[in-house]
Design a protein around this ligand. Sequence first.
Ligand SMILES: C[S@@+](CC[C@H](N)C(=O)[O-])C[C@H]1O[C@@H](n2cnc3c(N)ncnc32)[C@H](O)[C@@H]1O
Length: 308
Amino acid sequence: MTIRQFKAVALKELSSSPSPALDIDVLLCFSLNCTKTHLLLHYNEELPLENLLWLEKAVEKRKTGLPVAYITGHKEFYGYDFIVSPSVLIPKPDTEILTARAIDVITDVILKRPSSVLTVCDMCTGSGCIALSVLKSLIDEPAVPRELIPAFTLVDISAEALSVARENARHLIPDEYLERVRFIQSNLFEEVPFLFNVILTNPPYVPAQMAAELLEDGRNEPLLALDGDAGADGEPASSCDGLSVIRRLLPECAGHLVYGGSLLMETGEYNAETAAGLAKECGFKGVNILRDLENQLRVVECHYQSLH
Ligand SMILES: C[S@@+](CC[C@H](N)C(=O)[O-])C[C@H]1O[C@@H](n2cnc3c(N)ncnc32)[C@H](O)[C@@H]1O
């Protein structure tokens, strides 16, 4: 069977996917280890049997609703290749807004006050996509002195998620910077006895009912990564606005930031304003909400006590 013939058959099989042509191209490129251009130039070539068998299985999995990223085990985020498994949320383009802003904020502080190494926490790190993209971008930025590359602490309650984050650190970060990355398994800041200059976080913020509905499409993402109504002990909390985790997290962030430190926190477009109000109640100043590429309210940015 040629690539073209396979694509025609698979398009029919995946007609219920929101993006069948894209799904098939990603699966073909992954299986053949080639670019989209290479695929187009070789459309009429026969698929090797081994690839065809893998692709047929991949299409069957995709038909169950399993995302392509879990089938290939990879997802591109902020231009970097992340390893993913169903233990972690698949990194989303919306989160690139927080990542880009974090790089600007951290670079600015490093260049204005080049005296000490900054400490950055990525709370609820999952695959590590935020912290590791920020770190990799700073390493790749010649204006940032090597000795001032910050130290990162990646925290998650899930041991499985942390082992994916560790794998991504080994995969993306050059060996000489790996000692600047530490991993802590913790329920929010319970096991984290350190202060930070910057806290980055994409916590679970989806209302419980909405999270359950999202998962009905077979995407298989961890409920723990989405359900913002989970209580401190994992039991359902009393709120249903998706902000239960954030209500516990904000005062803990205040207690773990140095004076003048920055917090960047992703939220839902439906609860960003309430989350920003909660940040003010916890003593954060300069509270601002950044919009994503679809102009939706997405990231709460604020500073503990002082802007400087
Ligand atoms: C929305 S995902 C974010 C993952 C990743 N940072 C990203 O942006 O793709 C939330 C993460 O928070 C973790 N998590 C949920 N409750 C937590 C808690 N109480 N303490 C620490 N991590 C938690 C989940 O395991 C999940 O990895």
